[in-house]
Design a protein around this ligand. Structure first.
Ligand SMILES: [Zn+2]
Length: 130
């Protein structure tokens, strides 16, 4: 995978999952309202994804070794990855009872993160978990 896309994908995915999980757990125990949790997920999917994409943009720009095209690829893939992965958490909230949806969300999020870190480790030639 290209450096710019890999940066955006791995950062957007990780941050999308961890931020959304933290928010779901917090809002669930604070409000116990599906609507509030859905609103929170949407806010992360849009506002937080934009702010992360901007952060990646500035960080890639400051490396001073990428073309504008590569920088924008990293920016866009960060936004899209975080947007998409944050939105996946809407599915269990819509389909299940809220406390069940939180558990399913945690399992889903941690599984995706393990797959990602396994693949990164594999790509770097390291032994998984080592
Ligand atoms: Zn870079």
């Amino acid at each position: 995978m290209k450096h710019s896309l890999k940066i955006g994908f791995s950062f957007g995915l990780t941050s999308g999952i961890i931020t959304t999980l933290g928010l779901m757990v917090g809002l669930h125990s604070g409000t116990n309202s599906k609507l509030v949790v859905l609103g929170g997920i949407l806010t992360i999917a849009i506002a937080d994804a934009l702010s992360d994409a901007l952060g990646i943009h500035i960080s890639e720009e400051s490396e001073d070794k990428h073309s504008p095209k590569e920088i924008w690829e990293a920016t866009t893939s960060t936004f899209v990855s975080k947007f998409v992965f944050a939105l996946t958490f809407i599915v269990p909230v819509l389909l299940l009872e809220l406390s069940t949806a939180i558990v399913v969300g945690i399992i889903w999020g941690l599984s995706v993160l393990s797959i990602l870190s396994f693949n990164i480790a594999k790509e770097q030639g390291a032994r998984p978990g080592g």
